[in-house]
Design a protein around this ligand. Sequence first.
Ligand SMILES: [Zn+2]
Length: 122
Amino acid sequence: MLKGHSKTNIRNRFALSVKARCMAELKAAHNKYQGDIKVLKKAMVDVISTIILCFNGYCGTSCAKYSYVCAGTNRQAKNFMPNNVKVRMVDSDQQVLQKCLEMVLSPAALDATKLLTTTQKC
Ligand SMILES: [Zn+2]
């Protein structure tokens, strides 16, 4: 995934992409469920694992099923990825990604942020 001098840059852009994707999912789901936080929390649990798959190059049926912004065609996934970057995540990257996602989308996070208040942590 990451090579040479652009390493940090790509990592930063990747983190921004993750955040953008999180917020997009949250907004879309929030609209769909009209702010019903109970349903939203349940939905976001699936979204977390879906985003991990999607960013890991397995955009497909899980996106079609659980994502609110990615239809699972790989095309939308690219909108949330840094340009021209082939992402190959290693295990440690995936753990970081999962932590980031949970910081924004986990039930506890949704309680803590009272929805759509962006956190600066991820
Ligand atoms: Zn996808």
